[in-house]
Ligand binder design. Structure first.
Ligand code: PLP
Length: 495
């Protein structure tokens, strides 16, 4: 059967992967999902010798079937190259009875690079396949990491333009500086007076405004998304779960076919959804451990079947996970509902109108492959310190949420299945929090000086992309109110 992409909200028309990538979101506001999840159809011992690029080509060709193989390979080779400061692309590090999949060796030091160094090339190829003669405008809401990774990925890519909205007081100083110093004359960065959910809602509203879309098309523009709702971001994220599994086989830590647990610090539910898809492809996964910070909507959902966003949004030290509406959950719900789009319509409607929904008992049973946990700020900090004291290994706040929840899981269940933990950001990206976790005396030092401190502690050099960042010229300094987002876009595009 040919693989096409269909909307979770029931739009009758299925589309090719190229079209799904260009559109980002379905015309009815739903998310695109593959009509069938392809299987890993080669035995693991045949896959173990592939390097990251080869494995990526093997897996992605199954999802992007309408891209010529050589073009897809070119996109992959352009993505996973010397931009990564480790030739393995994704090193898997064994520490304290767990395996940390370090997903932060790309140009912006967070796991978003794993997809966003690739997506711009894919999008350009998709636009060619579809014969699109318009300039593609990438509109993105960011909780800090997507923004920079998307800017870096799209900067200078012909035929594209990128506009990023970030919450003014919701990102670290390093994150903000990374974005505001972005070069490339097709890049635009705007701070909004609101939180990430406001930014995401604003962007979704612009996407959903058909009249505005038509007006734009008349001016030679077409919108697309670099957020994790785009299938072009989800698929590349499947690769590293399989890669880490193969790595453990290669190092004789597990045998082919043995189960692992996967731990993912979660915000928008994109990264863990990729892990869920890897399981559907045939990766032997026992539990998917979903780790939240104190914005613990997903923890409640997994444990009760009730999703309730009516709560205070809390700014934490793991800002990329400060999210109350997890977009990608819709894809899981669709699956749990037996691909019944009417159920999704009802649930998303209830979430919009009442701020909550509850799934059926039958759907709840489908959640049994997940374990939901959360970490408080205190726990997040003490885990960073404990792990460092024990092993000299420094992790960032997001990864610490993951590791904290993993330890709770082991305590709860005594399950000692080997576990891989998605290490989603470099500790150098959140120097203030990481240094403070180690010793409170660093509390009042500025983040840029702390980079040196962390380097001294870990024996790891300050990553190249952050060298001298405090002296870099700020290029973007615009901000706007939530209601002004659309006007800002119009001004930038001159319409
Ligand atoms: C984006 C991000 C997350 C959350 O990932 P989702 O796919 O949104 O669940 C976790 N950690 C870091 C460092 C991130 O940048």
């Amino acid at each position: 059967m040919d693989l096409l992409y269909k909307s979770t909200r029931g739009d009758k028309r299925s589309v090719s992967s190229a079209e799904a990538v260009v559109r980002g979101i379905a015309p009815d506001g739903g998310l695109y999902v593959p009509s069938v999840v392809p299987l890993l159809d080669k035995p693991f011992d045949k896959l173990v010798d592939m390097d990251y690029r080869e494995l990526a080509a093997y897996i992605m060709a199954k999802f992007f079937i309408d891209f010529p193989r050589d073009i897809l390979t070119e996109c992959i080779n352009n993505a996973y190259d010397s931009k990564y400061d480790d030739s393995r692309i994704v090193p898997v590090i064994e520490k304290a009875e767990a395996y940390f999949i370090e997903l932060f060796h790309g140009p912006t030091l967070a796991f978003k690079d794993m997809a966003l160094t690739f997506l711009p090339h894919l999008l350009k190829a998709a636009s060619r396949i579809m014969d699109i003669d318009k300039e593609i405008v990438i509109l993105t809401a960011t909780s800090g990491d997507t923004g920079k990774a998307a800017l870096e990925g799209f900067s200078g890519i012909e035929g594209t333009r990128i506009i990023v909205f970030y919450p003014k007081n919701g990102v670290s100083m390093v994150q903000e500086r990374q974005m505001t110093t972005q070069e490339g004359n097709n890049t635009h960065v705007i701070a909004i007076e609101g939180n990430f959910d406001d930014a995401q809602k604003g962007v979704k509203a612009i996407f959903g405004d058909k009249e505005y879309g038509d007006k734009l098309a008349g001016k030679g523009y077409i919108f697309s998304s670099a957020n994790s709702i785009n299938i072009g971001r989800l698929v590349p994220q499947i690769v590293y779960y399989v890669f880490s599994y193969l790595d453990l086989i290669k190092r004789s830590k597990i045998t082919a076919g043995e189960n692992i647990n996967i731990v993912v610090p979660t915000g928008n539910f994109g990264n863990i959804l990729a892990a869920y898809y890897s399981k559907k492809m045939g990766l032997p996964v026992n539990k998917l451990i979903c780790a939240s910070n104190i914005n613990n909507v997903l923890y409640d959902f997994i444990n009760t079947g009730i999703y309730d966003r009516k709560r205070k949004f809390i700014v934490t030290s793991s800002p990329a996970m400060d999210i109350l509406v997890s977009s990608n959950l819709e894809r899981l719900l669709y699956d749990l509902a037996g691909e019944d789009a009417k159920v999704i319509d009802r649930l998303t409607g209830e979430l919009a109108d009442k701020g909550e929904f509850e799934i059926t008992d039958e759907m709840k049973q489908g959640l049994s492959g997940f374990y939901g946990g959360f970490a408080t700020e205190e726990e997040t900090f003490s885990t960073i310190k404990d792990l460092y004291m024990k092993s000299g290994y420094l992790i960032d706040t997001h990864t610490s949420v993951g590791y904290t929840v993993y330890k709770k899981y082991v305590k709860d269940t005594a399950d000692n299945t080997p576990a891989v933990i998605a290490s989603t950001a470099s500790p150098f990206k959140f120097p203030g929090s990481v240094a403070e976790a180690i010793d409170e005396k660093y509390m009042d030092m500025d983040e840029f000086s702390l980079l040196e401190v962390l380097s001294g502690m870990s024996g790891i050099k300050i990553p190249g992309p952050l060298l001298g960042i405090e002296d870099k010229k700020v290029i973007h300094n615009k901000s706007c109110a939530i209601e002004e987002m659309k006007d800002v876009v119009s001004t930038i595009l001159g319409i």
